[in-house]
Design a protein around this ligand. Structure first.
Ligand code: DTR
Ligand code: ZN
Ligand code: ZN
Length: 503
């Protein structure tokens, strides 16, 4: 008789006592094996990836709010329903920013630039006004005092990047009467900036390169036209949630991947790979596996619009419902063409960037390291910087981890020696471009990571004891309340659509 059968025949109180006894007797570590991973065939994963590519071919992309995303949802949800999962596709809405056109000119001559994301629109034809130039100091345009002596009223202000958020610079200029702002880069390359969210936007704001900005800085008083035609539209989209009908529902193992692409392409590595790998693992597990803990799989919408689907999901749960989630595993980009093999640095042993994850995250990191080592791959750490859907989970103190093969980061010599591939090139040269298609996926990375993720998910479905330790529910509640707020701060800078910069 399985544990599940025994429990279902007893009262809740007896069941809790029984679980406590059995739990204490169980082995300390989850001891994940290779069983589920070995059962997944590479053809199944590839088939899902081909489906995503076809959907993108038909609809142009798979971005949230677009038909290709809805088709992706239907594909994934349909397979899961057929496999017997308890499937739901809860809707949520958010404000999406659309830039219809942008033009900048100085003295009647066009100038290269772009609108910052969430820049308000100008009247048709743009705003034309003389250029005023913010002095370059330690805090360029961050405080009213930075403009001492310059009258900004009725001007377009040019200000250098640095020291504070773009939205701060625009707000200060706006309060001093400026009609529009232009931020110029302080490093080479395009600015790629965002005001963060619609509420932080004040006056129309453009971004230009350092070179363009330095030229403009010598032309104070010149008539400048900034023309931004943009709009905010409410987008309604969906997450996909699929839970096993078996296992404890007060100690749920969650595993998620975002299903949306950026509007520019098919999003096959980002994140068709994570979506396909997770789907293959779920389908292989089936809706009613013989497990101790329920498994809840998630395919998130609107990750590329600022982690929207996962954030709304977590925020929509009560504290007790959050406590019912033992841990969260994230799979975003697991087949990068110049693949790195990373897992989240749960214990901050790398000492890079943000600190450690919530309690238990160090154990999750170790479990991924062990699972991938059993498949012959040595993992390295990647910072818990909040740049994917695990962000809101750690922000409420839920232990987390996951796999990642790299985005715009550049492979080092040492990494190329360890894993192969090309040093000095990014892990995914097609990241967020139309080139992110079926031809630009590392099949070996995808296969190994899919099997590894399946092993780890299956291991936690058996036991999360190593992650939870001997902590009671009350102790975990206390830890989460305390740790969550510490983790939340790092999200503010990470949660920006399509990887734009806030400052
Ligand atoms: N959020 C991703 C890409 C990304 C960047 N850094 C990380 C770290 C871990 C996982 C994913 C990522 C995107 O969807 O663009
Ligand atoms: Zn992305
Ligand atoms: Zn992604």
């Amino acid at each position: 008789m399985s544990l599940r059968t025994i429990r279902s025949r007893r009262s809740a109180a007896t069941a809790i006592a029984l679980v406590a006894v059995l739990g204490a007797a169980a082995p300390a570590a989850a001891a994940p094996d290779r069983e589920l991973g070995d059962r997944i065939g590479v053809n199944e994963v590839n088939r899902h990836l081909i489906a995503f590519q076809r959907i993108a071919d038909i609809h142009g992309n798979r971005a949230s709010g677009h038909p290709g995303y809805e088709a992706s949802v239907d594909y994934v949800a349909g397979k899961l329903r057929a496999a017997g999962f308890d499937v739901s596709t809860p809707e949520f809405s958010y404000q999406a920013y659309f830039l219809d056109s942008f033009a900048l000119s100085a003295g009647g001559q066009p100038v290269e630039g772009d609108a910052l994301e969430y820049s308000p629109a100008t009247p048709p034809g743009g705003v034309t006004a003389p250029l005023s130039v913010a002095p370059v100091d330690d805090t360029p345009g961050c405080e009213a005092a930075d403009y001492a002596g310059t009258d900004l009223a009725g001007t377009v202000v040019l200000v250098q990047r640095g020291a504070c958020n773009f939205s701060e610079k625009a707000r200060v200029a706006s309060e001093l009467g400026a009609e529009a702002a232009i931020v110029y880069n302080n490093v080479d390359g395009p600015l790629n900036g965002t005001l963060g969210d619609p509420a932080a936007a004040t006056i129309p704001t453009a971004g230009v390169t350092r070179q363009v900005g330095e030229q403009l800085a010598g032309r104070a008083g010149t008539e400048v036209t900034v023309d931004v035609q943009s709009r905010l539209e409410s987008v309604t989209t969906r997450n996909v949630l699929a839970q096993t009908r078996t296992g404890r529902t007060d100690n749920v193992v969650m595993a998620g991947a975002h299903l949306d692409s950026v509007p520019d392409g098919a999003g096959i590595n980002d994140n068709g790979t994570g979506s396909a790998g997770l789907l293959a693992a779920a389908l292989e597990m089936g809706g009613s596996p013989d497990v101790h803990n329920a498994v809840r799989f998630a395919w998130w919408g609107a990750e590329e619009s600022g982690l929207v689907g996962s954030t709304k999901y977590v925020q929509g749960l009560s504290f007790e419902q959050q406590l019912d989630i033992a841990l969260y595993l994230n799979f975003d980009m697991i087949g990068s063409p110049n693949a790195g093999y990373f897992t989240f640095d749960g214990d901050d042993s790398d000492g890079v960037g943000a600190g450690e994850g919530p309690y238990g995250s160090a154990q999750i990191e170790q479990d991924f390291i062990d699972a991938m080592a059993r498949r012959g791959v040595e993992l390295r750490g990647t910072d818990f910087n909040g740049r994917s859907d695990y962000g809101e989970f750690i922000a409420v103190g839920i232990p987390a981890g996951g796999l990642f093969t790299g985005a715009e980061g550049v492979k080092t010599e040492e990494e190329a020696a360890l894993w192969g591939g090309t040093a000095g090139e990014s892990y995914d040269p097609h990241y967020h471009t139309a080139g992110d298609d079926l031809g630009n996926v590392d099949r070996r990375a995808l296969k190994l990571n899919t099997k590894g993720l399946a092993d780890v998910v299956a291991g936690y479905a058996r036991s999360t004891e190593a992650v939870n330790g001997m902590r009671t529910r009350a102790e975990r509640a206390e830890l989460r309340a305390a740790q969550g707020s510490l983790m939340a701060a790092r999200l503010d800078t990470a949660k920006v659509p399509h990887g734009h910069d806030l400052s």
